[in-house]
Design a protein around this ligand. Structure first.
Ligand code: HEM
Length: 215
């Protein structure tokens, strides 16, 4: 039987081939426990701290990759999360927040991979960029609302999840079009999907570390 129209597009292949990894990330338990308010407030503050370390590495890579002819199309300044994370951490810990946060071992491993894979090559950069920001614009939107409800947040403390002035659905569909126009060979596409799978594994490891600490 012939493949359905569009099945060969990179965005479609990507969704298909990362479906199981996404299910594993979604089912990690820690995020659900936060969404339903089962964990102490400090567990949510800890997730925010881990995000800070990850986005510092990712957004530094974005600054380096802005001159790359392929990667530059994926650098959307309006997605930048670091200022929102810092506002959330200030709200949670006060002005001395930098002294109050520490990276978990899995976060350090993730940051090391990010620095290696995303700073010098568009394949690695786009793979890590896609995994975080498309996730934030998808399940992250549901998660942000659920966390705000569970922990009684109203404006402050959950800015990370709020993308001011962005229509998430339009941005995601534009992003998928960009993926589909990348001039990559089959081999390069495979390398890209392998790095996205690696990014999922790294995210799951961070969530597992958090679950072990807080449950
Ligand atoms: C509470 C946990 C989660 C829920 C409920 C959730 C839910 C979803 C849903 C419903 C979509 C589809 C959106 C659409 O079709 O437009 C999606 C997409 C996505 N999610 Fe998650 N997710 C969760 C956790 C994660 C995690 C931990 C990651 C990795 C960091 C992640 C990364 C992604 C990515 C990259 C996409 C885009 C897939 C694509 O369209 O190519 N998600 N998520």
């Amino acid at each position: 039987m012939a493949d359905p129209p569009g099945a060969h597009r990179l965005s479609a292949r990507l969704r298909r081939e990362t479906h199981a990894a996404h299910d594993a990330a979604q089912g990690s338990g820690f995020l659900d426990a936060l969404a339903t308010g089962l964990l102490p407030w400090e567990a949510y503050a800890d997730l925010t701290a881990q995000h800070w370390f990850l986005y510092e590495a990712l957004e530094l890579a974005a600054r380096t990759m802005i001159d790359d002819p392929l990667a530059r199309a994926f650098v959307f300044p309006e997605l930048t999360r670091l200022p929102s994370l810092e506002a959330d951490l200030r709200f949670m810990h006060g002005p001395r927040w930098p002294d109050r946060i520490a990276a978990l071992p899995a976060t350090t491993t993730y940051c090391t991979r990010l620095r290696y894979a995303a700073n010098s090559h568009p394949i690695g950069f786009i793979a890590h960029h896609y995994t975080r920001y498309l996730g934030d614009l998808s399940g992250g939107q549901y998660l942000g609302r659920a966390i705000a409800r569970s922990y009684g947040l109203n404006g402050e403390g959950h800015r990370f999840f709020v993308f001011d002035g962005i229509d998430a659905e339009s941005l995601k569909s534009y992003y998928r079009q960009l993926l589909d126009t990348l001039p990559w060979s089959r081999y390069e596409q495979e390398e890209f999907i392998a790095e996205v799978l690696e990014a999922y594994r790294l995210n799951i490891a961070v969530l597992d570390d958090l679950r072990q600490r807080w449950t």
